[in-house]
Design a protein around this ligand. Structure first.
Ligand code: NAP
Length: 251
């Protein structure tokens, strides 16, 4: 098992990509704490992990609320004494044309995707430094952080911000033994992409992907195991793209 003895915190671990990461981390031997806002999905994921013989714990927390983030980080420490791996996966995407994006939509994307990543990262990194933990932090960015897509100016800006936040954190944290990398999924089948998968433009989306299919959450989770494990021990400040070849294709 590649993560035996480790403790991981996966934000947004109740559904979609985060849930797949939590399940695979547990299969690889980690104790996994997950957070989200919806209790029912959190409990269901903890049950699933336990049914496979893994160890998991749920924290109802909104990553954009500092008090809730601090409580969650303290709760994981209290329960398992350490945090070795953090996956900043919680995120939202609510598409809208640039000319129609409201200030409220802009702020909500920034609050959850960017401020949330900052708050959880800083809290966990402070703990890691205090305790001398040689940890791994992973930001769940997106191919949309590296390329443009219409109707997602607000979302794309948050995903680019996460990549640079990761590089800049990596620079300061490398001497302290903490690695920080970003993972950029392409088009993955989850609640977030369901409207697009069921929508009229799915044909053109698939034709933009050289592998001509939608990706599955477990195909991102395997990258998250690599970035969390010792296999990537000389890697920091980097971006791992898993997208069926979407980014290499000219529009
Ligand atoms: P999803 O199925 O909608 O799951 C999102 C998860 O984040 C849920 O567990 C959700 O739980 C949680 N979450 C959302 N807002 C939160 C908040 N404020 N505080 C705490 N938890 C919160 O989405 P997904 O497709 O798996 O996406 C996961 C991440 O991958 C996102 O960062 C997304 O940008 C990124 N990504 C996705 C794709 C894709 O094609 N699916 C591609 C590239 C990148 P609650 O709603 O209950 O809080």
């Amino acid at each position: 098992m590649r993560l035996a003895g480790k403790v991981a915190l996966v934000t947004g671990g109740s559904l979609g990509i985060g849930q797949a990461v939590a399940l695979l981390y547990a299969r690889e031997g980690a104790k996994v704490a997950i957070c989200g806002r919806g209790r029912q999905a959190l409990e269901e994921t903890v049950r699933q992990i336990a049914a496979e013989g893994g160890t998991a714990s749920a924290f109802e927390a909104n990553v954009s609320d500092k008090a809730q983030v601090d409580r969650m980080i303290a709760g994981v420490q209290e329960q398992w004494g350490t945090i070795d791996i953090l996956v900043n996966n919680a995120g939202i995407c609510d598409p809208a044309p640039f000319l129609a994006i409201t200030e409220e939509q802009w702020d909500r994307h920034m609050d959850i995707n960017v401020k949330g990543t900052f708050l959880v990262s800083q809290g966990v990194a402070r703990f890691m430094v205090e305790r001398g933990v040689r940890g791994s932090i992973i930001h769940m960015s997106s191919v949309n952080g590296l390329a443009a897509e219409a109707d997602q100016v607000h979302y794309n800006a948050t995903k680019s911000a996460m990549i640079n936040m990761g590089m800049s954190m990596a620079l300061e944290l490398a001497p302290l033994g903490i690695r920080v990398n970003s993972l950029c999924p392409g088009f993955i089948e989850t609640r977030l992409t369901k409207p697009a998968i069921d929508g009229p433009h799915i044909g053109s989306i698939l034709s933009s992907i050289p592998m001509a299919r939608v990706g599955q959450p477990d195909e991102i989770a395997s990258g998250a195991v690599f970035l969390a494990s010792d296999e990537s021990r000389y890697m920091t400040g980097q971006t791992l793209v898993i997208d069926g070849g979407q980014l290499i294709k000219l529009a």
